[in-house]
Design a protein around this ligand. Structure first.
Ligand code: CTP
Ligand code: CA
Length: 227
Protein backbone atom coordinates (compact mmCIF):
# COMPACT_ATOMS: atom_id res chain seq x y z
CA UNK A 1 0.00 0.00 0.00
CA UNK A 2 2.89 2.32 0.84
CA UNK A 3 3.89 2.00 -2.82
CA UNK A 4 0.75 3.88 -3.85
CA UNK A 5 1.83 6.89 -1.82
CA UNK A 6 5.36 7.20 -3.17
CA UNK A 7 5.76 10.58 -4.87
CA UNK A 8 6.17 10.15 -8.62
CA UNK A 9 9.61 11.78 -8.65
CA UNK A 10 10.91 9.69 -11.56
CA UNK A 11 7.93 10.04 -13.87
CA UNK A 12 9.16 10.17 -17.48
CA UNK A 13 12.53 8.58 -16.60
CA UNK A 14 13.72 5.17 -17.81
CA UNK A 15 15.83 3.44 -15.19
CA UNK A 16 18.17 0.57 -16.13
CA UNK A 17 19.41 -1.52 -13.19
CA UNK A 18 21.89 -4.41 -13.03
CA UNK A 19 21.59 -6.79 -10.09
CA UNK A 20 22.88 -10.03 -8.65
CA UNK A 21 26.05 -11.99 -9.37
CA UNK A 22 27.30 -13.25 -12.70
CA UNK A 23 28.28 -16.84 -13.44
CA UNK A 24 31.38 -17.55 -15.49
CA UNK A 25 31.52 -21.05 -16.92
CA UNK A 26 34.52 -23.35 -16.43
CA UNK A 27 32.83 -26.28 -18.16
CA UNK A 28 29.18 -27.24 -18.86
CA UNK A 29 28.50 -28.06 -15.21
CA UNK A 30 30.84 -25.79 -13.25
CA UNK A 31 31.51 -22.12 -12.95
CA UNK A 32 32.64 -19.20 -10.83
CA UNK A 33 30.19 -16.91 -9.14
CA UNK A 34 29.85 -14.88 -5.93
CA UNK A 35 27.50 -14.43 -2.98
CA UNK A 36 25.49 -11.46 -4.25
CA UNK A 37 21.79 -12.11 -3.59
CA UNK A 38 20.47 -9.36 -5.87
CA UNK A 39 18.27 -8.00 -3.06
CA UNK A 40 19.59 -4.43 -3.16
CA UNK A 41 19.26 -4.16 -6.94
CA UNK A 42 15.77 -5.66 -6.93
CA UNK A 43 14.74 -3.23 -4.15
CA UNK A 44 16.09 -0.34 -6.23
CA UNK A 45 14.18 -1.51 -9.30
CA UNK A 46 11.01 -1.71 -7.23
CA UNK A 47 11.56 1.72 -5.67
CA UNK A 48 12.23 3.28 -9.10
CA UNK A 49 9.02 1.77 -10.44
CA UNK A 50 7.07 3.03 -7.41
CA UNK A 51 8.49 6.48 -8.17
CA UNK A 52 6.88 6.38 -11.61
CA UNK A 53 9.85 5.38 -13.79
CA UNK A 54 9.86 2.82 -16.54
CA UNK A 55 12.29 0.18 -15.23
CA UNK A 56 14.44 -2.48 -16.89
CA UNK A 57 16.19 -4.89 -14.54
CA UNK A 58 19.08 -6.94 -15.93
CA UNK A 59 19.53 -9.76 -13.44
CA UNK A 60 22.24 -12.36 -13.01
CA UNK A 61 21.34 -15.76 -11.53
CA UNK A 62 19.24 -14.99 -8.43
CA UNK A 63 16.12 -16.47 -6.89
CA UNK A 64 13.96 -13.41 -6.37
CA UNK A 65 10.53 -12.47 -7.68
CA UNK A 66 10.33 -9.73 -10.31
CA UNK A 67 9.06 -6.47 -8.80
CA UNK A 68 5.61 -5.50 -10.11
CA UNK A 69 5.67 -3.47 -13.32
CA UNK A 70 9.40 -4.03 -13.93
CA UNK A 71 10.75 -5.44 -17.19
CA UNK A 72 13.28 -8.15 -16.32
CA UNK A 73 16.04 -9.57 -18.51
CA UNK A 74 17.81 -12.63 -17.08
CA UNK A 75 21.48 -13.15 -17.92
CA UNK A 76 24.22 -15.46 -16.75
CA UNK A 77 27.72 -14.23 -17.53
CA UNK A 78 29.27 -10.77 -17.39
CA UNK A 79 29.43 -10.81 -21.21
CA UNK A 80 25.69 -11.58 -21.37
CA UNK A 81 25.05 -8.75 -18.89
CA UNK A 82 27.09 -6.29 -20.95
CA UNK A 83 25.17 -7.27 -24.09
CA UNK A 84 21.77 -6.84 -22.40
CA UNK A 85 22.79 -3.50 -20.91
CA UNK A 86 24.09 -2.17 -24.24
CA UNK A 87 20.84 -3.26 -25.84
CA UNK A 88 18.70 -1.28 -23.35
CA UNK A 89 21.02 1.67 -22.64
CA UNK A 90 20.00 3.81 -25.65
CA UNK A 91 16.54 4.39 -24.14
CA UNK A 92 17.65 4.72 -20.50
CA UNK A 93 18.04 8.03 -18.68
CA UNK A 94 19.41 6.56 -15.43
CA UNK A 95 21.76 3.57 -15.06
CA UNK A 96 22.24 2.02 -11.62
CA UNK A 97 24.90 -0.70 -11.47
CA UNK A 98 24.37 -2.84 -8.38
CA UNK A 99 25.48 -6.15 -9.91
CA UNK A 100 28.49 -7.95 -8.47
CA UNK A 101 29.95 -8.54 -11.91
CA UNK A 102 32.74 -11.14 -12.06
CA UNK A 103 35.99 -9.30 -12.69
CA UNK A 104 37.51 -12.26 -14.53
CA UNK A 105 36.25 -15.21 -16.53
CA UNK A 106 38.08 -18.43 -17.40
CA UNK A 107 39.95 -17.81 -20.65
CA UNK A 108 38.62 -21.04 -22.13
CA UNK A 109 35.39 -22.68 -21.01
CA UNK A 110 35.71 -26.38 -21.73
CA UNK A 111 32.97 -27.76 -23.97
CA UNK A 112 33.10 -31.03 -22.06
CA UNK A 113 33.03 -31.63 -18.35
CA UNK A 114 36.55 -31.71 -16.94
CA UNK A 115 37.37 -35.22 -15.67
CA UNK A 116 39.86 -36.47 -13.14
CA UNK A 117 42.47 -38.23 -15.21
CA UNK A 118 43.73 -40.57 -12.49
CA UNK A 119 47.09 -38.84 -12.15
CA UNK A 120 46.06 -36.59 -9.22
CA UNK A 121 46.96 -33.60 -11.39
CA UNK A 122 44.78 -30.58 -10.61
CA UNK A 123 43.42 -28.34 -13.34
CA UNK A 124 44.92 -24.89 -13.81
CA UNK A 125 42.61 -22.08 -14.85
CA UNK A 126 43.73 -18.97 -16.63
CA UNK A 127 41.56 -15.87 -16.69
CA UNK A 128 40.76 -12.86 -18.81
CA UNK A 129 39.30 -9.63 -17.45
CA UNK A 130 35.63 -8.87 -18.10
CA UNK A 131 34.62 -5.53 -19.59
CA UNK A 132 33.65 -2.97 -16.97
CA UNK A 133 29.96 -2.42 -17.76
CA UNK A 134 29.59 0.68 -15.58
CA UNK A 135 32.75 2.38 -16.86
CA UNK A 136 31.75 1.58 -20.44
CA UNK A 137 28.38 3.26 -20.01
CA UNK A 138 29.81 6.16 -18.02
CA UNK A 139 32.18 6.93 -20.91
CA UNK A 140 29.44 6.74 -23.54
CA UNK A 141 28.44 9.95 -25.34
CA UNK A 142 24.97 9.94 -23.76
CA UNK A 143 26.45 9.80 -20.26
CA UNK A 144 29.05 12.43 -21.10
CA UNK A 145 26.35 14.78 -22.43
CA UNK A 146 24.18 14.32 -19.31
CA UNK A 147 21.42 12.33 -21.03
CA UNK A 148 22.30 9.21 -19.00
CA UNK A 149 22.93 9.58 -15.26
CA UNK A 150 25.18 6.73 -14.04
CA UNK A 151 25.32 5.43 -10.47
CA UNK A 152 27.84 2.85 -9.25
CA UNK A 153 27.97 0.67 -6.17
CA UNK A 154 31.00 -0.55 -4.27
CA UNK A 155 31.39 -3.38 -1.83
CA UNK A 156 34.72 -3.03 -0.09
CA UNK A 157 36.26 -5.18 2.59
CA UNK A 158 38.43 -2.34 3.92
CA UNK A 159 39.00 1.42 3.64
CA UNK A 160 35.47 1.93 2.31
CA UNK A 161 35.57 5.69 2.01
CA UNK A 162 38.96 6.03 0.32
CA UNK A 163 38.22 3.12 -2.01
CA UNK A 164 34.76 4.47 -2.86
CA UNK A 165 36.09 7.95 -3.63
CA UNK A 166 38.85 6.54 -5.83
CA UNK A 167 36.39 4.22 -7.55
CA UNK A 168 34.00 7.09 -8.31
CA UNK A 169 36.74 8.99 -10.10
CA UNK A 170 38.12 5.92 -11.85
CA UNK A 171 34.68 4.95 -13.19
CA UNK A 172 33.81 8.52 -14.10
CA UNK A 173 30.39 8.48 -12.40
CA UNK A 174 28.75 11.41 -10.60
CA UNK A 175 27.49 9.19 -7.75
CA UNK A 176 29.01 6.12 -6.16
CA UNK A 177 27.24 4.27 -3.36
CA UNK A 178 29.24 2.29 -0.82
CA UNK A 179 27.83 -0.60 1.19
CA UNK A 180 28.88 -0.05 4.78
CA UNK A 181 30.06 -3.40 6.17
CA UNK A 182 29.78 -5.98 7.61
CA UNK A 183 29.22 -7.85 4.34
CA UNK A 184 25.65 -7.24 3.25
CA UNK A 185 25.40 -10.10 0.74
CA UNK A 186 22.10 -11.88 1.31
CA UNK A 187 21.03 -9.70 4.25
CA UNK A 188 17.71 -7.87 4.28
CA UNK A 189 19.22 -4.70 5.66
CA UNK A 190 22.15 -2.52 4.79
CA UNK A 191 23.71 0.90 5.43
CA UNK A 192 24.96 3.10 2.60
CA UNK A 193 27.35 5.95 2.02
CA UNK A 194 26.73 8.21 -0.98
CA UNK A 195 29.90 9.66 -2.46
CA UNK A 196 29.79 12.54 -4.94
CA UNK A 197 32.06 15.41 -5.97
CA UNK A 198 31.07 17.45 -2.94
CA UNK A 199 31.55 14.81 -0.26
CA UNK A 200 29.58 12.07 1.44
CA UNK A 201 26.16 11.44 2.96
CA UNK A 202 25.31 8.40 5.05
CA UNK A 203 22.01 6.54 4.91
CA UNK A 204 21.83 4.75 8.25
CA UNK A 205 21.03 1.07 8.67
CA UNK A 206 17.58 0.16 7.43
CA UNK A 207 15.84 -2.42 5.26
CA UNK A 208 17.16 -2.60 1.69
CA UNK A 209 13.74 -1.44 0.43
CA UNK A 210 13.69 1.62 2.70
CA UNK A 211 17.26 2.48 1.63
CA UNK A 212 16.36 1.95 -2.02
CA UNK A 213 13.48 4.43 -1.69
CA UNK A 214 15.79 6.99 -0.09
CA UNK A 215 18.41 6.48 -2.79
CA UNK A 216 15.81 6.89 -5.53
CA UNK A 217 14.58 10.13 -3.93
CA UNK A 218 18.18 11.35 -3.75
CA UNK A 219 18.83 10.49 -7.42
CA UNK A 220 15.62 12.28 -8.43
CA UNK A 221 16.85 15.39 -6.56
CA UNK A 222 20.17 15.25 -8.39
CA UNK A 223 18.44 14.99 -11.76
CA UNK A 224 16.11 17.86 -10.92
CA UNK A 225 19.08 20.00 -9.81
CA UNK A 226 20.92 19.18 -13.03
CA UNK A 227 18.00 19.96 -15.42
N1 CTP B 1 31.01 -3.14 -12.42
C1 CTP B 1 30.57 -3.34 -13.73
N2 CTP B 1 31.26 -4.20 -14.54
C2 CTP B 1 32.34 -4.85 -14.10
C3 CTP B 1 32.81 -4.64 -12.77
C4 CTP B 1 32.11 -3.78 -11.96
O1 CTP B 1 29.58 -2.74 -14.13
N3 CTP B 1 32.98 -5.68 -14.93
C5 CTP B 1 30.29 -2.17 -11.58
C6 CTP B 1 29.57 -2.78 -10.39
O2 CTP B 1 28.24 -3.15 -10.75
C7 CTP B 1 29.59 -1.63 -9.39
C8 CTP B 1 30.89 -0.91 -9.71
O3 CTP B 1 31.24 -1.29 -11.05
O4 CTP B 1 28.55 -0.72 -9.63
C9 CTP B 1 32.02 -1.19 -8.79
O5 CTP B 1 32.26 -2.57 -8.77
P1 CTP B 1 33.46 -3.11 -7.89
O6 CTP B 1 33.56 -4.59 -8.05
O7 CTP B 1 33.33 -2.55 -6.51
O8 CTP B 1 34.70 -2.35 -8.60
P2 CTP B 1 35.86 -2.84 -9.54
O9 CTP B 1 36.11 -1.72 -10.48
O10 CTP B 1 35.53 -4.16 -10.15
O11 CTP B 1 37.09 -2.94 -8.57
P3 CTP B 1 37.48 -4.08 -7.47
O12 CTP B 1 36.49 -5.21 -7.57
O13 CTP B 1 38.86 -4.48 -7.83
O14 CTP B 1 37.39 -3.35 -6.14
CA1 CA C 1 34.95 -6.02 -8.98
Amino acid sequence: LIALFQPQVLKGQHVLVTAGPTYEAIDPVRGITNLSSGKMGFAIARAAREAGAQVTLVAGPVSLPTPRGVQRVDVRSASNMLEAVMDKAPVASIFIATAAVADWRPAHASEQKLKKDGSNATPTLSFVENTDILATLAQSPRAQSGALFCVGFAAESHDLLANAQAKRLRKGVPLLVGNIGPATFGQDDNALILVDERGTVELSRDSKLALARKLIADIADRIRARD
